[in-house]
Design a protein around this ligand. Structure first.
Ligand code: ZN
Length: 169
């Protein structure tokens, strides 16, 4: 089901989410809603549960078809993800469904390893690089109530107005 995406400054976006621990039917429903909602927006590579008002540590990432990720790993649902290794650093431009009017320059690690549960509760290790790593880190930030505006070096120099192509609600 396509859900409404919360926008800054909704307080729920600034609230740390709770761990899922044992994903069951509710988590699978939420996973479907995250995918449906992400896919309802053009060029969207990820969404986190708090963005649809569900304060659980769960996110959906899919960089398939993105020009900056020729070897994308396909759709992934990250449940209780934990960053266990990170290296490199690069500043790159990011957008966010919850901040539709801006993009921002954010410094992120370039290679990461994340431990997370899948929807069956099995532990998985995910390695990612470059833009796909950036997307995963962006979505993991949402689970801690951290937005790109919290990550910029300068609110004056690193935040840019976005020209909206399609009108959203
Ligand atoms: Zn976001």
């Amino acid at each position: 089901m396509i859900r409404e995406v919360l926008r800054f400054p909704d307080r729920r976006l600034k609230t740390p989410a709770r761990p899922v621990r044992r994903p069951g039917a509710a988590a699978r429903r939420l996973a479907r809603d995250l995918e449906d909602t992400a896919r309802s927006f053009p060029n969207t590579v990820g969404i986190a549960a708090p963005q649809i008002g569900e304060l659980w540590r769960m996110a959906y990432v899919d960089c398939s078809g993105h020009p900056r990720v020729p070897d994308a790993q396909g759709p992934m649902w990250l449940v209780d993800p934990v960053l266990i290794a990170a290296e490199g650093a690069e500043v790159g431009r990011e957008g966010c469904l919850s901040l539709p009017d801006i993009t921002a320059n954010v410094r992120r690690a370039t290679r990461i390893e994340v431990r997370a549960l899948d929807l069956d509760g099995a532990e998985r290790r995910i390695r990612a690089e470059g833009f796909e790593a950036r997307v995963i880190l962006h979505e993991m930030d949402h689970l801690d109530g951290v937005l790109i505006l919290d990550r910029v070096a300068s609110l004056l120099l690193d935040v840019f107005p976005r020209v909206r192509r399609t009108r959203r609600r």
